[in-house]
Write a protein that binds this ligand. Structure first.
Ligand SMILES: C[S@@+](CC[C@H](N)C(=O)[O-])C[C@H]1O[C@@H](n2cnc3c(N)ncnc32)[C@H](O)[C@@H]1O
Length: 278
């Protein structure tokens, strides 16, 4: 369990608790595997642990077989070793975003002011706060369901969530104070949305994915606004794609940030980091 872990954000250690075996595990695994699940044993165990009755287990199994993401059925997703609450329609935190969190933790310090803009469940901000030991975390999302879901997670680390467009809902008193601004905005070009995996297309709201014509509509506005909120020497970290990395870097250079590119083959992740001049 990571140091400083708050009550209610639970490490995956709890996954070992198999207290509630209702259906034959072999049947469950077989049905999940037949429906295309690659991790059928793990999924069967998690569903079994989560169900409170045979009827509920059957209903959860049917939802999974019909393609609903496991995390939405369980009501939580694992991210950076933490259990993050999720709600239907909210963007599920992706493993690749753990790379951005790793970078943020290295650039921050205990007690840092952290802004998580376009926060979804709030996973990035919460994991960064846990990794730093403590943080003054403020998160925003335009989607009321995401903001409500994030509030449950962010509250666990003593942070606050605000609903609205990018930085708009934040208290002005935070201007010039953020050591870290985390941005994983939607970055899929509109024309590519039909190519997204079925789970994303059917179970995540379009607003969580759609980045406009070039995929950069939301990210571009977030980058332009970030310097107002960064402390001198503070860092803006933006998750982007390989193909969009040059454009993201250019946007950040154009507003006077000192830019570095961080990529990870292991995570399949690309993060552009901009340092605000001191
Ligand atoms: C790709 S998801 C990422 C969520 C979260 N950062 C994560 O990595 O798990 C993008 C999020 O941006 C939010 N969003 C889209 N447009 C926004 C805007 N103009 N202002 C604030 N949030 C926005 C969506 O509701 C969605 O939750």
């Amino acid at each position: 369990m990571p140091a400083g872990q708050p009550h209610g954000v639970i490490s995956p250690d709890f996954l070992g608790n198999t207290h509630n075996v209702i259906l034959g595990m072999d049947d469950l695994v077989e049905q999940l595997r037949a429906s295309g699940s690659v991790f059928a044993e793990d999924e069967a165990r998690l569903l079994t642990e989560s169900a409170e009755s045979p009827a509920q287990l059957d209903s959860m199994l049917q939802r999974r077989i019909s393609g609903e993401p496991l995390q939405q059925i369980l009501g939580w997703a694992e991210f950076c070793g933490l259990k993050i609450r999720v709600e239907p329609g909210v963007f599920l935190p992706r493993p690749r975003s753990e790379f951005l969190v790793e970078k943020a933790i290295r650039l921050g310090h205990r007690g840092a002011t952290v802004l998580d803009v376009c926060c979804g469940t709030g996973a990035l901000g919460v994991a960064t706060a846990v990794g730093l030991g403590a943080a003054d975390l403020h998160a925003t999302d335009i989607d009321p369901i995401a903001a409500r879901c994030a509030a449950a997670n962010v509250d666990e680390v003593g942070g606050r969530v605000y609903q609205g467009d990018l930085f708009d809902p934040l208290p002005r008193s935070l201007e010039g104070r953020a050591q870290l601004v985390l941005v994983n905005a939607p970055y899929v070009p509109t024309a590519e949305l039909p190519l997204m995996p079925r789970e994303a297309r059917l179970y995540e709201e379009t607003i969580t994915l759609d980045g406009g014509d070039d995929g950069l509509d939301v990210q571009r506005r977030a980058i332009f606004q970030a310097p107002t909120w960064l402390a001198p020497g503070g860092h803006l970290l933006v998750e982007t794609s390989d193909l969009q990395a040059d454009s993201t870097m250019r946007l950040m250079k154009d507003i006077g940030l000192k830019v570095t590119l961080a990529t990870s083959n292991e995570w399949g992740a690309t993060v552009v980091i901009g340092r605000h001049p001191t």
